[in-house]
Design a protein around this ligand. Sequence first.
Ligand SMILES: NC(=O)c1ccc[n+]([C@@H]2O[C@H](COP(=O)([O-])OP(=O)(O)OC[C@H]3O[C@@H](n4cnc5c(N)ncnc54)[C@H](OP(=O)(O)O)[C@@H]3O)[C@@H](O)[C@H]2O)c1
Length: 225
Amino acid sequence: MSEVDFPKVTLKLATSLDGRIATSTGESQWITGTEARQIVHQLRAEHDVVLVGSGTALADDPMLTARIDPEPKVQPTRMVVDSSLRTPLTHKIVETAKQYRTILVSGLHVEEDDELPFVAKSVDVWSLAIAPGGGVSIRALLTRCAEEGISSIFLEGGGKLAASFLKGGHVDKVEWFRAPMIIGGDGIPCLASLGIEQLNEVADWERTRLEVCGKDVWESFSKKL
Ligand SMILES: NC(=O)c1ccc[n+]([C@@H]2O[C@H](COP(=O)([O-])OP(=O)(O)OC[C@H]3O[C@@H](n4cnc5c(N)ncnc54)[C@H](OP(=O)(O)O)[C@@H]3O)[C@@H](O)[C@H]2O)c1
């Protein structure tokens, strides 16, 4: 399957002015204000899938539903990239899988017996190849999504998963909400390292929106082709 068939990926970042998504202890709720968070719910509703890494699922125990009024006719599918199925069975995303479609993306090495407790709670488990540097292969994930008819993904972090998508050139749009606070260098960065050494290796982004949103600023960017 060619890359043109991959779903469109929108990366959401909700950061401090200095690009942190949590304090050094992992506290992240809430950096941005209610207005920004309401827009994020609307953006979730506009995508087929809301995706996070296992680090975020473990730290935040998120629901990842689109909580807007009126409720969307179809909630986005919730997806966690979790190569060793570390997400606790007691987490909300697992407990509510009967109600809202939920997919955990694990590595091929995971035993079927370890998947069964999740499947019993109505979670779909996709076993995909692990990339040479570790973590689920993003190309394998996007290929499977395309095969399943998924055409848009709203990627909500954290920094490690977002960096993996960016490194592969798999992010099409960025929705960036910046709060007027400074957390400092010991906070968790919104992006893990990208391994860029020369500025000419850096992708160019075009700003398509710059808006005040409550106490925060909302900027949208599209990848320059
Ligand atoms: N402010 C915000 O809006 C916001 C948003 C999201 C997160 N956060 C915060 O960010 C923190 C978590 O971020 P994080 O960067 O530590 O974790 P993360 O990006 O959410 O998850 C990283 C984990 O995902 C799994 N993974 C599987 N395949 C991967 C791949 N190809 N690339 C990268 N990861 C892959 C790995 O765990 P396995 O090996 O176990 O699979 C990896 O350790 C939390 O403190 C959370 O509160 C804040």
